[in-house]
Design a binder for this molecule. Structure first.
Ligand SMILES: [Zn+2]
Ligand SMILES: [Zn+2]
Length: 249
């Protein structure tokens, strides 16, 4: 009989090995067997996922039109520096990443939390280790309708992998995004500024704010403002997909 010195872990490992043999892990998008692939998606799906190009804004991660070039501030960030420190993204909003995010967000495919979290984790910058992970909250009415907050699912994966603390209730959304429809851009901006509130005091605390897609940056900006108002020291943003500003993510 095998020694049980390593606890129950050895047989769980062996069982997983046997299961992999007969039921190999599949690509969560196209269900092709992965067979030891290092990426959470198969090679065909992964080939359609584009990382941020070398030329992107060093603050808001906006991809520049030119495929070559270095990272520097975009015109908007030069004109008015965003309240958050930086934005990290697993990739551009397109290809398999767009399909995965849409299924994750709108089609109840909550099991995409780990594959997407894994992609994002690989693109995170060096963190100080003092950050608290915090998801962009959903309005309670939207949460009831959808049944889950996709950003919280991602935040849980990251907090678990990084062993960072997770806060999921100190930031609240007071105005639903859909109530913004039909408003002018100016009215939307004013509305969004009061859409989030954070419970303080947060003095001396830094946050890693998690969202699925970033387009204009208005939502993560409003969340950051609420956290800073409550005393937070700094907020970094991490999103699965960065969309260009003209996109309708
Ligand atoms: Zn695939
Ligand atoms: Zn920028």
């Amino acid at each position: 009989m095998r020694k049980s010195g390593g606890g129950a872990g050895w047989w769980v490992k062996e069982l997983n090995g046997v299961l992999d043999l007969f039921f190999p892990a599949a690509c969560p998008l196209c269900l092709v067997p992965l067979r030891g692939a290092s990426s959470p998606f198969c090679s065909a799906c992964s080939a359609t996922i584009s990382p941020l190009p070398a030329g992107h804004c060093s603050c808001c991660a906006l991809p520049f039109a030119s495929t070559t070039g270095s990272s520097h501030l975009c015109a908007d960030c030069l004109r008015r520096r965003p309240v958050y420190t930086t934005v990290s993204a697993a990739g551009l909003y397109g290809g398999a990443l767009k399909i995965a995010v849409q299924r994750f967000k709108y089609a109840g495919s909550v099991d995409l939390d780990r594959p997407l979290g894994q992609l994002l984790l690989a693109r995170l910058p060096d963190l100080s280790g003092d950050e608290t992970i915090i998801p962009v909250p959903l309005h309670p009415a939207r949460l009831r309708q959808r049944g889950y907050n996709q950003s919280l699912l991602l935040a849980r994966v990251l907090a678990h992998k990084l062993r960072f603390p997770l806060e999921h209730s100190l930031l609240q959304r007071n105005i639903d995004g859909h109530s913004q429809q039909g408003l002018s851009a100016k009215a939307r901006a004013i509305n969004l500024a009061s859409a989030f509130s954070a419970q303080g005091p947060l003095q001396g605390r830094s946050f890693l704010l998690i969202d699925d897609v970033m387009t204009t940056g208005a939502t993560v900006g409003a969340c950051t403002t609420a956290l800073l108002k409550a005393g937070a020291t700094a907020v970094r943003v991490a999103v699965v997909a960065r969309a260009p500003r003209h996109s309708t993510a």
